[in-house]
Design a protein around this ligand. Sequence first.
Ligand code: HEC
Ligand code: HEC
Length: 374
Amino acid sequence: MKWWSVLVVACAACVQPAVLDVGEELDVRAAYSREPALWPAPVLDAGIEHRELGLVPRRKASDDPVLKAREELGELLFFDARLSGTGQMACASCHDAELGFSDGRATSFGKDFLPLPRNAPSLWNTGLRKSWFWDGRASSLEEQASMVWANPREMDTTPEKVTAALASSRGYRERFAAAFGSEEANATQALTALAAYEQTLVSDGSSAFDNFLEGDHAALSDAQLRGLHLFRTKARCINCHNGPLLSDDQFHNVGLTYYGRELQDLGRYVHTKDPADVGKFRTPSLRNLGRTGPYMHNGQFDLDGVLNMYNAGMPRITPKGDQVHDPLFPKKSPLLQPLQLTDEEKADLKEFLLSLTERRRRVRAPELPVVGDV
Ligand code: HEC
Ligand code: HEC
């Protein structure tokens, strides 16, 4: 190798900050008013696949009558508190359509107002995930719902009790006949129907960002466009928040394990028992962010708080004393680094994030069939 090629390699690292100097010379409106494939290259760390931000594939209303019957039945079940042990708690208690199908609380209240440890995630686009819950411990929507039923702090019921409640209702039996070909309602089919309903909760392309992607290049303000560019470059967000949902569907430790402290949550480790998973949570989707706060698995932050933490590189977690040898001591993802964003850049980033909120869609609680009329 010639001596000067070493210099060239060394300098490839030193020119990087120039790429990160955003905004001044780049005309963001011109750069982004074209196909996403022609947008400025994102700043990705080694090994990160480039998945561009984009539209969520539109979902047509089902024309298959059986699927439609399942979706409608699932919607009834979603709103029906009588399936729970106390008769007081429905899925909709903690997943409120007005709040992006989350509940607006830091962490949810369960049965008898018992506090739950985590924040209720939005259910928009949940059907497009590969695993469910903040730690991915459910591998299907059906399994996810069955876990809520079984949780003594949540719906606290059994498949037998659910089946009995449904079988005692003429209205439900008719609905099961339309959806599953038999009046013999059962809990397994109820889970299938709930999942079919959840699959209908898909983005409708109405956010300002979606309108921009569809070619309305006036849909985003200059600040929002600068924010989009920061998101994909200097602010490094696209390393994890990518694709149509602005989530890689992967698990990362962003430094919020609260190890050895009151709010400790070991995240995915609790499920996998793999020390590499300590403090890892699934990257949430950022769609409808304007409605789904407060944020993070423990709901401890508002949007400014989140942005300030990312800007600082997220909380530093350094082992002290014996912790140096503790195999469970959390390790923060190396993808998080101090960002040196100015106040104006943070404001731009926030504006972009808020452009991901879709129009409000009214979801009326349906009229539920009578239960117990046999
Ligand atoms: C008491 C409040 C509460 C009730 C009732 C409730 N949920 Fe949830 N839901 C939560 C919380 C909190 C989480 C996150 C828990 C976790 O990740 O450990 C969650 C997570 C989910 C997820 C995972 C979303 C994702 O993207 O990973 C789905 C899907 C879901 N709930 C659907 C339902 C359905 C269906 C029902 C009714 C059968 C239901 N929930 C009832 C609070 C609730
Ligand atoms: C290392 C991957 C990674 C990077 C880089 C990253 N995030 Fe995240 N983000 C996550 C994960 C994982 C969570 C959930 C963490 C938790 O709850 O403990 C999250 C949570 C969030 C939330 C909360 C959403 C909610 O519904 O609670 C917002 C907002 C957010 N990130 C925005 C950003 C922005 C803006 C950037 C760039 C400045 C960024 N993220 C960079 C992985 C990442």
